[in-house]
Design a protein around this ligand. Structure first.
Ligand code: 8YV
Length: 319
């Protein structure tokens, strides 16, 4: 039987690429550059399946121009804000994602961001690294203690829950906002808030774990920063679109926010150049799921979805 033709838009893990090449007539974009709209449209006439990353944007405009040959987009990501799902569904294209497998890696990174932001990681590293560390005092680089503090989580999905589990190791008191409360067995004692505003009022530390949608764009704006306890720390390992970056800068300048830990930005790659002057912003370049084990698991999950689809089954992660 002829193998389905598969285009892999980015350099996925070696194990993923080997398995893909074994099971599919696979073409890999070894240049590892983001696929443009034109490239996606052209590929749809040559391939039955695409494994893209969040760097490839299947907008409504692109979806309308896709060739009927393309049957499935098996995303190598849990977030699918780069895909216009209704437009792709209208074209009869199956779309899948890779939930679960990246929750721990992303939650680990959120913990790193929270600790780094709370304890002056940027300035501390800089002064030691540059030889500028010539002074010590008990009042030097005093940070905000994580242990025992109140943590507010917006979006108690898989990653939010993995983060809560790790935060419990720091004896944090977990509060969360979600569209609906979790069953108590899953909430594990976390306190539910039925509005974002209510959650913010108790969030000494705030971590964002919800998807980027039209409803969550600029979720954290000037009004909401003002509702946090003064000196709160905000962490975003979800999507840059959730944060009004100008409002974040103002909240940092006024001291309303003591620090922020960011792995996601409105503009990616690149980030926000205005953040560079602020050492109380601890930044990483969208590497939440970037561990060897998780990259393999994401690639394998995308391939599992393809395998099911081409076996005539409904892929486990069909959206
Ligand atoms: C990935 C992510 O690195 O899965 C997601 O939604 O944002 C990241 O963890 C990226 O999407 C890989 O394609």
């Amino acid at each position: 039987m002829t193998k389905p033709r598969l285009w892999i838009t980015r350099r996925l893990s070696d194990a993923t690429l080997e398995r893909a090449a074994r099971d599919y007539d696979t073409v890999i974009n070894h240049e590892d550059t983001p696929g443009s709209a034109d490239a996606l449209i052209a590929a749809s006439a040559e391939f039955d399946a695409i494994i893209p990353c969040h760097s490839e944007h299947f907008s409504a405009d692109v979806a309308a121009q896709l060739d009927t040959r393309l049957k499935i987009i098996a995303n190598h990501s849990v977030g699918v804000d780069h895909c216009d799902l209704p437009a792709l569904a209208a074209r009869g294209i199956t779309v899948t994602n890779t939930p679960d497998v990246l929750s721990d890696a992303t939650a680990e990174l959120a913990m790193l961001l929270m600790l780094g932001a709370a304890r002056h990681a940027v300035a501390g590293d800089r002064i030691v690294r540059t030889g500028a560390w010539d002074f010590w005092s008990p009042s030097f680089m005093v940070g905000k203690q994580v242990t025992g503090s109140r943590l507010g989580i917006i979006g108690m999905g898989r990653v939010g829950r993995a983060f809560a589990a790790k935060a419990r190791g720091f004896d944090m008191k977990i509060h969360y906002y979600n569209r609906s409360p979790l069953p108590e067995g899953i909430a594990a004692g976390a306190t539910y808030h039925d509005t974002v505003e209510s959650l913010l009022s108790v969030a000494d530390f705030l971590s964002l774990h919800c998807p980027a949608t039209p409803q969550t764009t600029n979720l954290m704006n000037a009004e909401r920063f003002a509702l946090l306890p003064k000196g709160a720390v905000m962490v975003n390992s979800a999507r840059g679109a959730l944060v009004d970056e100008a409002a974040l800068l103002e909240a940092l300048a006024s001291g309303q926010i003591a620090a922020a830990g960011l792995d996601c930005f409105q503009v990616e790659p690149g980030g926000n150049p205005a953040f560079a002057a602020h050492e109380n912003i601890f930044m990483l370049p969208h590497i939440g799921s970037a561990t060897t084990r998780t990259r393999d698991a994401m690639g394998f999950r995308a391939l599992d979805n393809l395998d099911a689809f081409f076996a005539g089954q409904t892929p486990r992660d069909k959206l």
